[in-house]
Design a binder for this molecule. Structure first.
Ligand code: G6P
Length: 475
């Protein structure tokens, strides 16, 4: 049975996020639909595809308007999914202020520990408030009853819970914060922290990724001048849909993937799959690989790093800079060690579709997730889910939320270049039996904690708390 029926939610489920699960673009061959890169969409799409409901998000594709009806709903023939998608249109100045400015030059670097510091501008904040208001109005317009279940996603929409609450006091409002939540001293740098906290605390439930994020959030609530909102606050580590029965990888898959990316047959494969973001630790990963090649010259010609870097937030200087830096490092390492027949680093600075990414996971010897700081990182979980042959090694940053669950990965500190180099070496040397033991343990964890379990816990807590019955005592 559907989760919503089991929980007694009725049919009035509304998901609201900045990013839409599908973006339509014009091409010479007609309109195409693409799924954007990023953990939020990966996780939520699986839930809505199963549950149905309505998804409200910002329309950003150049064919997005042409694929919608007069109510801004994507027309059936353009959305092969059992849910409705309502698009919201933002002007250029709104995108610049709310999305690029406050969300991605302000909140994103505030919440992630990297070398990029947040920038706050009053004008961005004003756009953020206005755009949050517009999302909240769309929620009210889509609600079929006075008590919808509203799942608000991420740091772009911190004010939406309060704005919806004002209009629909009985709504079950669950906000999930997908990125790390900063410690109080760091949050103190946000000029509008009181407004943000008040916005969030109007939720029925506020969900964070890890116990550390939850504790930071509770400290922030304690420090609020407005006093504590009633929201239930807990950690709900997000996950993926566990794949159904899968064939083992075809014997030719490895060569196939190598051919697709211009890698010679027989070369061992390290794979990294990321948005091109300065939080992901890609330069550190490249440095570590370079160091490994220095320390172990017998690996020259024997192993390549395939790095997929999906372009992202390209209007922002910090993103232009990381992209430039990764390309320059790749070129330098390849010039230093490469030969006519072997490139140490193969950079695919473009997005790749889900099937290609899965093929890369399955063809690789080692997957590298070395984020400097990351809310969860679903690449780590997707890699584990793809390895039904029980082989392959995950090298995983301790600063990613996923490290709390995937203890059988080779855990690394993302700034410890020597440590990452040694971990990659160890991964390449790991005996098959040890690979299998570790992979089996990680697969048990991920298969038992899927995104459906995540949604069930979040929505279940929301429903119980809204009904006045607290499910579990507050920690
Ligand atoms: C992270 C955020 C998401 C976001 C995604 C992609 O996963 O938590 O909210 O959608 O990055 O970033 P973008 O700016 O392209 O939506």
């Amino acid at each position: 049975a559907r989760l919503l029926e089991q929980l007694g939610c009725g049919d009035d489920l509304i998901v609201v996020s900045n990013r839409a699960p599908c973006i339509h673009s014009h091409t010479p061959d007609g309109v195409i639909a693409q799924r954007p890169a990023g953990g939020l969409v990966t996780a939520l799409e699986a839930v809505l595809a199963k549950e149905g409901g309505c998804w409200i998000a910002h329309g950003s594709g150049d064919a997005d308007r042409d694929t919608c009806d007069e109510h801004d709903h994507v027309r059936k023939e353009h959305l092969d999914a059992p849910y409705r998608l309502r698009r919201l249109w933002l002007g250029e100045d709104e995108v610049a202020g709310y999305y690029e400015g406050l969300s991605n030059e302000g909140l994103w670097p505030l919440c992630h520990r990297t070398d990029v510091e947040p920038t706050f501008r009053d004008a961005d904040w004003e756009h953020y408030v206005r755009v949050n208001r517009r999302f909240a109005e769309a929620v009210v317009a889509e609600a079929a009853t006075a008590r919808p279940v509203v799942l608000v996603q991420d740091y772009h929409l911190a004010l939406v819970p309060q704005m919806v609450r004002e209009r629909l006091p009985d709504a079950v409002i669950v906000l999930f914060w997908h990125i790390p939540f900063p410690a109080p001293q760091r949050l103190a740098r946000l000029p509008w922290r009181e407004q943000v906290m008040a916005g969030l605390l109007a939720s029925t439930v506020v969900g964070l990724q890890t116990p550390a994020d939850r504790d930071n959030f509770k400290l922030a609530r304690g420090a609020c001048a407005l006093g504590a909102g009633a929201a239930h606050v807990d950690a709900y580590p997000i996950s993926i849909a566990w794949p159904g029965r899968q064939e083992l990888p075809a014997p030719g898959l490895g060569d196939d993937v190598r051919r697709r990316f211009g890698i010679a047959p027989g070369v061992r494969l390290l794979v990294g799959v990321d948005r091109m973001d300065y939080t992901k630790g890609i330069p550190e990963r490249l440095q570590a690989f370079e160091l490994l090649l220095e320390l172990r010259p017998e690996l020259l010609g024997q192993v390549s790093l395939l790095q997929i870097g999906a372009p992202c937030r390209g209007a922002l200087p910090a993103y232009q800079e990381i992209s430039r830096q990764v390309k320059a490092m790749t070129a330098r390492i390849n010039a230093r060690f490469g030969t006519d027949t072997w490139q140490p680093v193969v950079l695919h600075a473009a997005s790749a579709n889900a099937a290609t990414v899965t093929d890369c996971y399955r063809a690789s010897d080692v997957c590298l997730v070395t984020s400097l700081h990351d809310g969860m990182n679903l690449v780590a979980k997707e890699f584990v889910a793809a390895r039904n042959n029980l082989r392959g090694v995950l090298v995983l940053s301790r600063q990613a939320g996923a490290a709390a669950e995937l203890e059988q990965a080779l855990l690394v500190e993302p700034r410890d270049i020597g440590g990452i180099a040694r971990a990659i070496g160890r991964a390449l040397d790991m005996p098959p039996q040890e690979q299998t033991d570790r992979m089996r343990a990680m697969r048990a964890v991920v298969s038992q904690n899927t995104v459906f379990g995540w949604a069930a816990r979040l929505l279940g807590d929301g429903m119980r708390i809204a009904a006045g019955r607290t499910a579990r005592p507050e920690l």
